[in-house]
Structure formats: C-alpha cells, structure tokens
Design a binder for this molecule. Structure first.
Ligand code: SF4
Length: 290
C-alpha cells in the first residue's frame, strides 16, 4: 500500500505507507543544510520569509532536463537510441516543452549561467539534446553492466526522522540502483559544472536509506551531463565516512534554526544569490562586486 506525493519537480511518486504520518511535517533537506552553511541569512530569506527569488536559467534548464529524464524512465524511452537522436526526438521535445513553458512564464528577467550569461536560452535549446544523450548513454551502460532500478520512478523520495532531530529529513534520489551482484548505488544526474558534486548529499541519502530501508549504501555516482566524454562525465563519490556524522549535521542545522541565528556570510558569492534583492547586507553595501 502506498500514498502519492508531489516531488520537487511536480511529478507524482509513490511512498511507503509508513511515511504517511511524517509527510506533512516541516522537514529539512540537504539543500537547506547547504544553504544554511553557505549563508544563514539567505536561508532565512528563502525558507522562512519566502521573499521573491530571481529566476535562474540554470535551475529552470536543470529541472527541464530532469523532467525529460523522468519521462524517459517511466515511459522506458531510455533503451532506444531513436528517442534521443535529434531535435525532433520525443526525449528532446519533452525537455523543450518544459523548458519553453518555464522560460516564457518566468517572472522578471532570468539570470543565465556561464561566463557573462553565455549559457542562455539558445545555448540550452542547443545543448539540452546532448545532455540527454549523455544521460541515455550512461543509463544504457549501467544496465549493460548489471545495474537495475530498485524503484521505477526516476526520482525516489525518501523521508525519515533522524535521532536527535525533531524535524523530518527528506531526500530526492535521482536514481537508486541495485547491481545483480547485490550492491546498491545512488545516482545523481548533474546539469551544472563538471566535478561539482556534494558528498554530503550522497551521505544524507545513504543515511535516509539506512533508516527507511535498512540498506547500507557505499557507492554513489555523479553523472555530469554536460561532459564531452564519458570519462569526464562520471565521478565516483566518496561519502561513506561522512554517514555517521549526518545526524549531527542536521541536529546542528536545527539548533541554528530554533535559535534564530541568521547572519550574512560576508564571503558568500552574493552576485549569484537569488534573494539578494531582499538582502539587507547586499543592498546595504551597494551590491557586492563579486
Ligand atoms: S546576498 Fe549574500 S549575504 Fe545576502 S543573503 Fe545572499 S548570499 Fe547572503
């Protein structure tokens, strides 16, 4: 018996019934942990005050790529090369549909990524196809090497209560695989900078899986979809030694939230902060040149 819930990308997934009681409670995530560590004032503006955020081109495009991957997984498009072989292929059109609607309905100007915003709408419309082809090649290679999906959904949501933490912790696994030899693996599709993957993200997912499923995960892959070669696309993540510290990391976050400690990080990369328009620090010093 399962219940359905929205994922972070707005698709439906199924959750075990034993999660039903904590689904609606305030929860913490690894994104929140990272935001608080990066700048606790940003956390307050974003998660407590819900101030307007600048539209982020990389985020819009990343969500569109992940949506297309979700559909490719649920519709079983990924084993067939023709589903991603050109700009008329269904895999690409699924991406383009989500991307176009999000760009066209964004409120205010969109801040694009790359040097001087060169990774703009046109860049994503051109390169989105190659990112999805990279996903497909990686997915096929993993299947050929004995890795099968534990969960049918691309994005598998896991929610649990950690010892010493009052709020539930939530994680969204892009893919959770099991090798035919019996070893589990967490996979995360990355649309951002090559090499940019957070071991704490994998450690948090591993801890969640320990609590919810009783499965110990030591293997994780970050797949960088913008990489030009397969060798550059795959990063084997080392995270297992972090897992025993995950509970305390979230307990520390919770203590900070409960104490109302929200301060600007004056070393933060304010120029890319999506809530800088509402930030007294950034406004108060005339806009950070960084
Ligand atoms: S602009 Fe800088 S100091 Fe202000 S919330 Fe954002 S990251 Fe923090």
């Amino acid at each position: 018996m399962v219940v359905s819930d929205e994922t972070r990308h707005g698709m439906k997934v199924e959750q075990p019934e034993n999660l039903r009681g904590i689904v609606d409670l305030p929860h913490l995530s690894v994104s929140q942990l990272g935001t608080y560590d990066d700048c606790s004032l940003k956390y307050d503006l974003k998660y407590n005050q819900h101030v307007p955020r600048e539209a982020s081109g990389p985020m819009i495009a990343g969500i569109a790529v992940h949506k297309a991957i979700e559909i490719a997984e649920t519709e079983l498009w990924w084993p067939e090369a023709r589903n991603f072989e050109g700009y008329e292929a269904p895999g690409y059109l699924a991406f383009l549909d989500v991307f176009t609607r999000a760009v066209d309905t964004a409120e205010g100007p969109i801040r694009w990524g790359g040097t001087a915003g060169t990774e703009d709408r046109e860049w994503w419309e051109f390169n989105g196809l190659f990112m999805l082809q990279r996903y497909q090649h990686a997915r096929i290679a993993m299947a050929e090497n004995g890795w099968g999906a534990i969960e049918d959904e691309t994005e598998y949501r896991v929610l649990a209560e950690f010892p010493g933490v009052n709020r539930a912790v939530i994680g969204y696994l892009d893919k959770f695989l099991m090798h035919e030899g019996g070893e589990p693996m967490i996979v995360d599709w990355k649309t951002g900078k090559i090499g940019n993957a957070d071991p704490m993200q994998f450690a948090t997912y591993a801890r969640l899986l320990e609590i919810v499923r009783g499965i110990h995960v030591s293997r994780g892959l970050a797949i960088f979809l913008r990489a030009g070669t397969a060798a550059r696309a795959v990063k084997h993540m080392t995270f297992r030694p972090l897992v025993p510290h995950v509970d305390e990391m979230f307990a520390g976050l919770e203590r900070g939230l409960d104490a109302g400690i929200f301060r600007p990080n004056t070393k933060a990369w304010c120029s890319t902060c999506e809530v800088r328009a509402s930030c007294w620090y950034w406004q108060g010093q005339g806009g950070d040149p960084k």
